[in-house]
Design a protein around this ligand. Structure first.
Ligand code: PEP
Ligand code: MG
Length: 431
């Protein structure tokens, strides 16, 4: 075991790098006294909740205003001197220092991007100093459950240029005994879907969106679900048994507050009509999870839908919950959600995301560790999912390196665990 001083943070350096959309983002490297090194890159969302931590962007001409040199300066000029000399093993103290230094509700002073990259670099450095893979630094030697990947294979909403209102159509390969078999099923379905879409809509339909899913020129939710159903069947699997479906409606983004209606399938639905719409879909297709089915201002309709589909479909918050433990606790006690998406950069530090995960798991709810639509080669979320044994991860299609990097890391973790690894499979959906 290492001496405490060896975990002392000796060096912190932020630089500007690029994310998967070609936008600048913050990378931070942290080195400890023992020479342990951690590095992390902040991701960036496109469909954000109103209460998310905000990124610092430079504005102006360079990078069309998307530069992050001010956030990099926040790391090097303010955060680094404050945390150098602190013990990375006690990462919660380090995060508390960052939170204090920022002093705002939404990390607006230092930037959510500066805080996220630094906080994640610190735990990576602590794990490296301890000589442990990050998932074992987080979860100890009992952490051995590989998550079910929720793979976004058809894109709509803010992530695509088509007419689908629902942002993400995901497949969950639950009918496998191991994570590597789950990946095999998902890839076979993804490739079959590609072939089917090309045959129906032409070659332009198989261009991929930000998260590696296809963005075919479909106009209705049912078209997309029917394509998934067919792809799973043609690939030789059984929809609803081997593969579940999941949706991220991201409904804040198709709600029209002036009309008080949701714009979906070229129709305008009142909230109560949207409840019925989802119920019809759930009865027709094996949809087992819906994220953000209503706008973040409509928790009461989350509750109504949940009461009608309880035990059959998980109702999950993302824009609604924004990885804040206080909101998650409230929505759990009000019986509004079965779980929440966990995105470290929605809240700005690992410790705050950890608090959210713990609240969810303590209350027998789902914590779904998630990428952002703008992401990078950073694989920290793979370790967070296994470290806390959340059983679920959402990190895009099995394509584009910023998505496959997480799946590949999970394959490495499974191999490292050998016979001790468990794949969470259908259990991940039980409540
Ligand atoms: C999401 O909404 O769940 C998502 C991953 O997209 P974004 O990163 O654009 O918020
Ligand atoms: Mg979402």
């Amino acid at each position: 075991m290492r001496e405490v001083d060896e975990f002392t943070i000796k060096f912190v350096r932020g630089i500007q790098v690029l994310d998967s959309r070609g936008d600048p983002t913050v990378e931070v490297t942290v080195v400890t006294e023992a020479g342990g090194m951690g590095r992390a890159i902040a991701p960036a969302g496109a469909s954000r909740g109103r209460l998310e931590a905000v990124d610092l962007r430079d504005g102006g001409k360079d990078y069309r205003g998307r530069g992050v040199l001010r956030a990099v300066e926040a790391v090097n000029k303010y955060i680094a001197p404050a945390i150098i000399g602190m013990n990375s093993f006690m990462y919660r103290n380090v995060d508390r220092k960052i939170i204090e230094l920022d002093g705002t509700e939404n990390k607006a002073r230092l930037g959510g991007n500066a805080c996220t990259a630094t906080s994640l670099a610190v735990i990576n450095a602590a794990a490296d100093t301890a000589g442990l893979p990050l998932f074992q630094f987080i979860g100890g030697s009992r952490a051995r459950t590989l998550p079910v990947p929720l793979m976004n294979v058809i894109n709509g909403g803010a992530h695509a240029g088509n007419k689908l209102s629902i942002q993400e159509f995901m497949i969950a390969p639950v009918g496998a005994d191991t994570f590597h078999d789950a990946i095999k099923i998902a890839v076979e379905v993804y490739k079959t879907l590609k072939e089917l879409l090309k045959a129906t809509y032409g070659a332009s339909a198989i261009n991929v969106g930000d998260e590696g899913g296809f963005a075919p020129p479909m106009t209705s939710t049912r078209d997309a679900l029917q394509a998934l159903y067919k792809a799973v069947s043609v690939a030789g699997y059984e929809p609803g048994s081997d593969v579940y479906f999941a949706l991220d409606a991201a409904a804040s983004h198709f709600y029209d507050p002036s009309e008080k209606k949701y714009l979906i399938d070229e129709r305008k639905l009142k909230p109560l009509e949207l409840v019925e719409y989802y119920i019809d879909i759930i009865n027709e297709y094996p949809v087992k999870l819906i994220e953000d089915p209503f706008s973040e201002d409509h928790p009461e309709y989350f509750k109504m839908l949940r009461s009608k589909v309880r035990g059959k479909v998980l109702i999950i918050g993302d824009d609604l919950t924004v990885t804040r433990a206080s909101r998650i606790s409230k929505f759990i006690s009000e019986e509004i959600i079965d779980g929440a998406i966990i995105k470290v950069n929605q809240v700005g530090t690992f410790s705050e995301a950890e608090d959210s995960i713990r609240v969810l798991l303590r209350n027998d709810r789902k914590a779904i560790v998630s990428h952002r639509s703008g992401d990078s080669e950073d694989v920290t979320i793979a370790h967070i999912a296994v470290g806390f044994e959340t059983g679920l991860i959402k990190t895009g299609a099995p394509a584009r390196s910023e998505r496959t990097s997480k799946y590949n890391e999970l394959l490495r973790i499974e191999d490292y665990l050998g016979g001790d690894a468990i794949y969470s499979g259908k259990n991940a959906f039980l409540r």
